[in-house]
Design a protein around this ligand. Structure first.
Ligand SMILES: [Zn+2]
Length: 290
């Protein structure tokens, strides 16, 4: 049983069969609610509770279609400018911090919006011929008017894996992590690689660990900027490992008892395990509790 994974469980009907219809989409904008973003940060209202303060106008900025919440059409807009727009209700907050305070459905919707808006910001020109491209299908396609090429929003698959052997799992830390954090290992899947191949290659590269069977556990959309984290367990063939010193600066085998004690904050010395918004937390916890 997997606990709830942040950014997953998006409740919207994306209406993919209708969003290519310009007349339908225009009618949706007339009744739409709009979530403003500025510099990749969603507008968030936070007092005793936090929520996304949807607005009935879109301030003239270009919008993308998120989907239907029941019958209510929802959109996101990217507000331009160097200085933070003042909108009267809420403030623009970093997406990662939002995931800790927003309700689960709002986190998932804001994550979808961020990934989509961010893709448009970075894909204004055709990679085929260099001409400026136009948005289509409410934001789910870009068209090049010069060479006719179509471009679709990207999702980049990343493997994130916990090596296990008997009653122990291996966790490691990257020099980029906050102090003391130890987590599962991760890396982008490369062209021509299966998920299982990528898991075994990354563990060989980062910690010289030989692994055999790989089992998929759960996935997580991770909008930084557009990843899909594929959570896996990798069966280690021995306890021997050696850190590479670049991507990984420390690693340790942990027993199930120690993991459970750390997750319950009964042991806090020397290391921290990942926070609940990370799928690595669920990989570690679900293994320790089975
Ligand atoms: Zn082109």
């Amino acid at each position: 049983m997997t606990g709830f994974i942040s950014f997953s469980g998006n409740p919207l009907d994306r209406a993919s069969e209708r969003r290519g219809d310009a007349a339908w989409l225009a009618a949706q904008t007339a009744a739409g609610l709009f979530l403003p973003f500025w510099q990749n940060k969603p507008l968030v209202f936070q007092d005793r509770t936090a929520f996304l303060p949807w607005r009935s106008t879109w301030d003239g900025a270009a919008w993308v279609f998120l989907g239907l919440d029941g019958t209510q059409p929802l959109f996101a807009v990217n507000l331009p400018g160097e200085s933070e727009p003042v909108l009267g209700s809420g403030a623009f907050q970093e997406m990662r911090a939002c995931a800790f305070v927003l309700p689960a459905r709002d986190t998932a919707i804001a994550g979808q919006a961020k990934a989509l808006l961010d893709w448009h910001k970075r894909h204004g020109f055709c990679p085929n011929c260099g001409h400026a491209t136009d948005m289509a299908d409410g934001g789910y396609r870009r068209l090049c008017p010069s060479c006719g090429a179509e471009h679709f929003p990207r999702t980049d698959p990343v493997v994130i894996m916990l090596p296990i052997l008997g009653d122990e799992c291996l966790v490691g830390r990257s020099p980029r992590f906050p102090p003391l954090l130890h987590s599962a290992f991760a890396g982008f899947i490369e062209p021509g690689e299966s998920m299982e191949d990528a898991v075994r290659r990354e563990l060989q590269e980062e910690v010289s660990l030989k692994t055999g069977a790989v089992h998929y556990h759960a996935s997580q959309p991770w909008p930084f900027p557009s990843s899909l984290m594929l959570g896996c367990y990798a069966q280690a063939l021995s306890r021997d490992f050696q850190i590479d010193g670049h991507e990984i600066e420390a690693a340790r085998w942990l027993s199930k008892d120690e993991v459970r004690a750390r997750l319950a904050n009964k042991i806090e010395a020397e290391m921290k395990l990942p926070a609940t918004i990370a799928i690595a937390h669920h990989l570690i916890k679900d293994w320790a509790n089975r």
